[in-house]
Design a protein. Structure first.
Length: 155
């Protein structure tokens, strides 16, 4: 059974109204796995009653963080896994995504909104994550991102 299929089964077993749900999955570093995983997490969130705007924000940030982990962290090495920890409650959605790479210095990303950086491709995804999620932080090595979106006032 594929890791994403296993996730689907675990997630279905964890769904219950008004109760915290959390799980951990390890996804192979294949871009083809990203959409499957994102769609399954969104199904869980939709069962919690989030609105379309919040769903869009979370989808975009999940996709961006997972693609970064596969491409930049694990260098598209299908033998390396991306670890995803998530938690859904009535109040918030929290996800951590960790790759096996050496990390990066997240403190010194160029601001993509500054005129001289408008055509540069680095930093746009993290910029979006920081603006669409309520909290975003990295571990000291820069190979694990944690994002939080508060849901209480979104419903």
């Amino acid at each position: 059974m594929s890791p994403v299929r296993n996730f689907i089964n675990l997630a279905r077993n964890n769904i219950s109204n008004g109760v915290n749900r959390s799980s951990t999955i390890q996804m192979p570093s294949h871009l083809s796995e990203v959409n499957k995983l994102v769609q399954n997490i969104l199904k869980l969130l939709h069962s919690s009653g989030i609105n379309k705007s919040t769903s869009f924000d979370i989808r975009l940030c999940l996709e961006e963080a997972l693609i970064n982990a596969v491409k930049h962290g694990n260098k598209n090495n299908g033998n390396l896994l991306v670890k995803i920890d998530y938690s859904i409650s009535d109040e918030m959605f929290k996800v951590s995504i960790e790759d096996k790479g050496s990390g990066f210095d997240y403190k010194y990303l160029p601001d993509p909104t500054v005129r001289k950086n408008l055509l540069k491709t680095k930093g746009r995804g993290i910029y979006l994550m920081k603006h669409l999620m309520d909290e975003v932080f990295f571990n000291k090595d820069g190979n694990r991102i944690t994002m939080i979106k508060y849901l209480k006032e979104e419903r």
